[in-house]
Design a protein around this ligand. Sequence first.
Ligand code: BG6
Length: 452
Amino acid sequence: MTHAGAMVLFGITGDLAYKMLLPALYRLTADGVLDLPIVGVAKTDLDLAGLRARAREACGGADDAAFEKFAANLRLVAGDYADVATFDAVREEVKDAGFLVHYLAVPPSLFEPVARGLAGAGLNDDARLVVEKPFGHDLPSARALNAELLKYFDESNLRRVDHFLGKEPVEDLIVFRLGNMLLEPIWNRSHVRCVQITMAEDFDVKDRGAFYDANGTIRDVVQNHLLQLLAILAMDAPPSKDARAMLDEKWRVLRAVKDIRPADVVRGQYEGYLDTPGVRPESTTETFVAMRAHIDNWRWAGVPFLIRSGKGLPTTDLEVVAELRRPPVSLFDGPMAPNLVRFRIQPDAGVTFDLLAKEPGSNHTRMVPVSVDFTKVLGPMEAAYQRILADAVSGDPMRFVRFDLAEESWRIVQPVLDLPERPLPYAKGTWGPDEAARLAPGGWHEISTTFD
Ligand code: BG6
């Protein structure tokens, strides 16, 4: 792992840079974590002063002194990515910087041309390349893209971003699972009946019609974010804390996930989606998906892992619910709810155990939630992109997607990409088509939405 002496940020005038990367880079500078030249590259009319003004706007209420330090590190190369002169100008800007990190916040169709341009200017030898998502459109295209990038950068110098891996609450899952002896002994098919992962968004595709229509929910969030989450939830404990050990365990569990069959998927499309600018007439792209995954290994065989996600749902929440098996014999009156372990990931983060207590004055049981809100107890968390960018510079591969993991994730969803059937319609503000219920043995658990 080589710490970079400069960052070259392709797409510095784009949306992602404005909303996420510039504010995160500023914060890292203000916190004293990063202090290195950041060479922005973009096809733009802005000059350096204009870029700094844009960065100032992106960083909102930034502290003046800290912002000045950050702005002083910014450089700009304005030019076309197809033009050799652009890469020559980048080389000029970084000539004494040593090891470089090239961060590609550009559309995926530009990953290969930019990598080639960098190599043409000799900027690939002492450098790592970080690419944003999506990485490929399906299994063959992901492999083809990787093969192209490998012409210019070794796997050890390639980083594929999945910003979910930078989220602290996602790492909380690992700590909670593997730091507490309470959970690990029961975290298997003998005690867990099913696991449900819900990523709900109450907004629609907004102005991203063209992008979304070419992708759909499975590509947009399941293949990447939610299968990464599944891997973290279901993997075995790594033998050590180094990145390779962790990534190997994630790979091992993804390797055991069977290909998803069309019968294990319910796709939906919210009413009105077809009127969105950029969406094809008659589009069969899904804006909702519910699916059942099976992990064919000794720990999880027979335990369904259910995933559902969509736009235009009733709420914006990401929660994992593990339902435990009921006691073999009931000693109490009336029905007994199963114990649930709930991991909340966003918008707030924490854990809730739904346990049973005695209903006063009777021999019935009642479910009582036992919760901890991590932010209240542990304090605020770092933004995902701060951690991703800091790792891009330091070289730590832990929070990136190694290619064999991307490959397994594409393999898992490949049979259900681009299904020809029209997705089932659902009204915005509902939990998708009713048909999704058939995938969940005891129904989908309501998500907790808040700790209060
Ligand atoms: C992105 C998807 O990768 O993740 C979006 O393209 C989705 O459609 C977003 O809304 C969710 O990420 P976050 O961090 O805002 O929850």
